[in-house]
Design a protein around this ligand. Structure first.
Ligand code: ZN
Ligand code: ZN
Length: 364
């Protein structure tokens, strides 16, 4: 008997005595071919489909796992490369601050652009501006913020002080522009008994005046949240939001959270739950998009004390838990974090505080 293998269209003939015996001459060749053909086709289709599904599953798994690990890697990298630094001394000139910040390993820094306790100030020298900008470009410092003078009160009750403050504020903006510093951080002001609403009006007016005198400037006016000591304004998210609302050029406005200040003002950031509530409140009142900087300071005073006293990280009433909440909040990885904790001339304490902050970053 002839054994036929293959599809009907391409049947090949084989002579096989063994199979011939097995088949025992009982099978009608044409029937046999049809059944075998269907079985083979089914088998091939099922096998191919199984292989295809297995392939799809493997592919999906590999894409998923690759995606997750890439995402995790990226998140971990962002976590560990958060821009960190401290307020840095400008003793010897603003460019010296860059040297010191580099030496201390900062990737972010805050400076005064002048003596912060004096009204009168010399203009920045051209050589100093060039030195500052060149050193900065060569350094690992990726973020600089200037803090304005403590004398400035943009809602001072005394009209002479108010005028002086407004002029000094414009000068601060001008200095930032010269030094290519993108943010000028300032406390909104203390109303001195005029009332909070009036204070907010005057602050917004002062900012509008300053902006109108510095049109085209790149530097952003950064409102710092305060502890609300005395008659200081800016101790609630609502007050900051109101000021921004009254400023004409809102694009030029940004916000800085000082942890010691908001804690003293009554915002509890110690537990993950209370912290989450505070950040939700911030986002719905001011908007996280306005948040461009953090001042990380522990507080020597209790929650809601309205007293502004900075303490080393973990040594005050906020404690390590509060800072761990911030350091591991992925919404804030890209927001620079600056220390304003107590320090000596060489700022060695800053290194210790930064190490504490880095140690709080969780691996997952
Ligand atoms: Zn401040
Ligand atoms: Zn601060």
């Amino acid at each position: 008997m002839d054994i036929y293998i293959g599809s009907k269209s391409s049947i090949c003939k084989y002579k096989n005595p063994y199979l011939q015996k097995q088949l025992n001459h009982t099978i009608n060749p044409s029937k046999f071919f049809t059944i075998t053909n269907i079985h083979i086709t089914q088998y091939v289709i099922i096998t191919m489909l199984t292989i295809y599904f297995l392939f799809l599953q493997t592919k999906e798994k590999s894409v998923k796992s690759k995606g997750i690990s890439l995402f995790q890697n990226c998140r971990m990298k962002m976590k560990t490369t958060q821009l960190l630094g401290a307020h840095t001394s400008i003793a010897g000139g603003v460019s010296k601050a860059v040297d010191l910040a580099e030496k201390l390993g900062f990737t972010a820094m805050q400076i005064f652009t002048k003596n912060n306790n004096r009204w009168a100030t010399k203009p920045l020298e051209e050589t100093e501006i060039i030195a500052f900008n060149e050193k900065l470009k060569r350094s690992k410092i990726k973020f600089v913020v200037a803090h304005d003078s403590y004398l400035i009160n943009l809602c001072a009750k005394d009209k002479t002080i108010l005028q002086k403050s407004r002029e000094a504020f414009v000068d601060e903006l001008y200095r930032c522009e010269q030094l290519e510093i993108p943010y000028l951080n300032f406390h909104p002001g203390a109303h001195g008994g005029q009332g909070e609403e009036t204070g907010i009006e005057i602050i917004a007016e002062s900012i509008n005046i300053a902006h109108s005198q510095t049109t085209g400037f790149k530097v952003s006016s950064m409102l710092e949240l305060t502890a609300g000591q005395g008659t200081a304004l800016g101790y609630t998210f609502e007050q900051i939001a109101k000021i921004i609302e009254k400023v004409e050029d809102k694009e030029r406005m940004s916000v800085c959270i000082d942890t010691a200040h908001i804690f003293a003002a009554g915002y509890d950031i110690r537990t993950p739950e209370s912290y989450a509530k505070v950040m939700t409140d911030f986002d719905s009142t001011i908007g996280l998009s306005k948040l461009k900087c953090f001042h990380l300071n522990d507080s020597k005073k209790e929650l809601g004390s309205r007293v502004d006293r900075h303490e080393h990280i973990g040594k005050g009433f906020i404690g390590l838990g509060g800072f761990a909440n911030i350091m591991n909040d992925e919404r804030l990885f890209e927001i620079p974090k600056i220390l304003e904790t107590p320090k000596g001339k060489e700022q060695k304490e800053d290194i210790e505080n930064l190490n504490v902050l880095k140690s709080l970053i969780k691996n997952r």
